[in-house]
Write a new protein. Structure first.
Length: 161
């Protein structure tokens, strides 16, 4: 049963990625799945992408896929943006609601069952200082070392139209 559930989750996540891949503004998007439906504090997903045109502005987002097992209304994440030398360009603790705090109703897009996909802005109209490789790291910043109900997180970078 768990194997079937895992394949179903993978299929849904790939389907979402395929649907969002139609955007011609996307420069980069990648997601990290957590096998046991938990995001451990030691898991620090890191994503590397290339920026070639610094005359353009970019929007950066983080993605979250959660289930109804997620125990809180909000999620707190610290993002770190680095240039190719490892210099930290931006770092901030951000938080967003995954559920309505009063009613408990889940937010996000649901493809099937108890899974919900979210995409939250990190940086809007961002100007990269020079062409090259950049990386972004995501850290969960919650009260628990093991955060139940988070199936995947990721990063998206797109050109501002």
């Amino acid at each position: 049963m768990n194997l079937v559930r895992s394949y179903l989750h993978l299929f849904l996540f790939c389907g979402l990625a395929a649907l969002t891949s139609c955007s011609d503004n996307r420069v980069f998007e990648d997601n990290t799945e957590f096998d046991d439906r938990t995001w451990k504090v030691t898991d620090e997903p890191r994503y590397t992408f290339a920026i070639t045109d610094t005359a353009l502005k970019y929007n950066l987002y983080y993605n979250v896929r959660n289930s109804l097992d997620y125990p809180y209304a909000r999620i707190f994440i610290t993002y770190h943006l680095y240039d190719s030398t490892g210099r930290e360009l931006s770092k901030k603790l951000v938080y967003n609601d995954l559920f309505d705090q009063k009613a408990g109703k889940p937010f996000g897009d649901s493809g099937l069952g108890d899974l919900y996909d979210h995409q939250f802005p990190i940086l809007n109209n961002y100007s990269f200082p020079h062409p090259g490789k950049y990386s972004m790291k995501l850290d969960q910043f919650m009260r628990q070392d093991t955060l139940q109900g988070v199936l995947a997180v990721g990063v998206r970078v797109e050109r501002v139209p």
